[in-house]
Design a protein around this ligand. Structure first.
Ligand SMILES: [Zn+2]
Ligand SMILES: [Zn+2]
Length: 349
């Protein structure tokens, strides 16, 4: 049987390139040749774990951000054909509960995900349920699928939560990892005036190169003063916290205008507790609304896809590292470097 390569984390910042058999799709499944697979922040968390911490995911192929081309379809598959370009939605649900029926697979009690419950997307071929194969329009390169499967979907769903909120045209984005970058570009496409903040000079420079208005938040003056200077004396009424760090949310609360709406999306790998700088009395007195946002629904993929095509939006220029599967160790080390900016992906070279 034909073989393929897949990337398996083996603990303590090491990954192995292993050989697997290319699987055969069952009746309702599809075999996809992976053209691009992104490395997510959550994969870097796994990369840094010890073998014991990897626990139930030991020996599983990592990652969940894939785009590719359909190679084979099972006999019951009608919505997808061989040769179709697809982006793989990374959650599977029972398909019957109220959450699944709304497309909210992430809330299904029986949910499973690529790289968590079964082999992930950092491999040359993967099996997907037909329902998880979302169309990838010709206008969008396979690199975009790596964003749309995770970070861009998450950004799209969280920005929607700010849509309905009265605002002044500004959006402040905390953190310029891939999700912060994507949020900034998507919000700019919506016509919002984006101001982003990050500590890292590398990320600040990279974002500025993409035309994003950025404040480097470890400057000499308080962040709120820097923001006021950049926003005609105002403070943010609409804030997206993408830092996944307690200080990011504490900063957001600190800089928020009275009545502001904050959406927060990152959560890290451990129990995520508030910073001791987070002062609840500020939430009370300023009457802040703080809302969480967790990934995105399957229907939201289709909305995002139309949004991207309509606004001619691509995240291809956020890709700063393109590696083959054989270069997996190097690729993961590059992403784990805190000075890294942009997105790293595996592609067929
Ligand atoms: Zn991800
Ligand atoms: Zn379900």
């Amino acid at each position: 049987m034909a073989k393929m390569k897949g990337i398996v984390p083996v603990g303590d910042c090491k990954v192995q390139v292993r050989e697997f058999e290319i699987p055969e799709p069952k009746d309702d499944e599809v075999l996809v040749e992976v053209k691009c697979s992104g490395i997510c922040g959550s994969d870097v968390n796994t990369f840094r774990m010890s073998w014991e911490q990897i626990n139930e995911r030991q020996n599983l192929v990592v990652s969940h951000e894939a785009g590719g081309v359909v190679q084979k379809v099972g006999k019951n598959v009608e919505n997808i054909s061989v040769g179709d370009r697809v982006c793989i939605y990374h959650y599977l649900g029972c398909g019957k509960c109220k959450y699944c029926l709304e497309g909210k697979y992430g809330w299904c009690e029986d949910k499973e995900a690529y790289g968590w419950h079964f082999n992930g997307s950092a491999r040359e071929y993967l099996i997907a349920k037909a329902v998880n194969c979302c169309p990838l329009p010709e206008e969008l390169p396979f690199e975009d699928a790596a964003f749309m499967a995770c970070s861009a979907g998450t950004a799209y769903a969280s920005l929607k939560k700010l849509d309905s909120f009265a605002a002044d045209g500004y959006l402040t984005v905390m953190g310029l990892g891939p999700i912060g970058m994507v949020c900034s570009l998507m919000a700019a496409a919506k016509g919002w005036n984006v101001l982003a903040c990050d500590l890292s000079e590398t990320r600040v420079k990279f974002a500025e190169g993409l035309g994003i208005h950025v404040i480097q938040s470890n400057g000499d003056s308080p962040l709120s003063e820097q923001i006021k200077d950049a926003m005609d004396g105002r403070l943010p009424i609409r804030i997206m916290d993408t830092t996944g760090h307690p200080s990011g949310l504490a900063d957001a609360v600190e800089i928020a205008e009275n009545g502001a709406h904050i959406v927060t999306i990152g959560k890290g790998r451990r129990k995520y507790l508030m910073s001791d700088r987070f002062d609840i009395s500020e939430v009370v007195v300023k009457e802040l609304v703080i809302q969480g946002s967790w990934v995105f629904t399957l229907p939201e993929y289709y909305e995002m896809m139309e949004f991207m095509v309509e606004h001619k939006l691509s995240f291809n220029n956020l890709v700063t590292g393109r590696y083959s599967f054989d270069e997996a160790q190097e690729a993961f080390e590059a992403v784990a470097d805190m000075n890294n900016a942009g997105k790293t992906v595996f592609i067929k070279k």
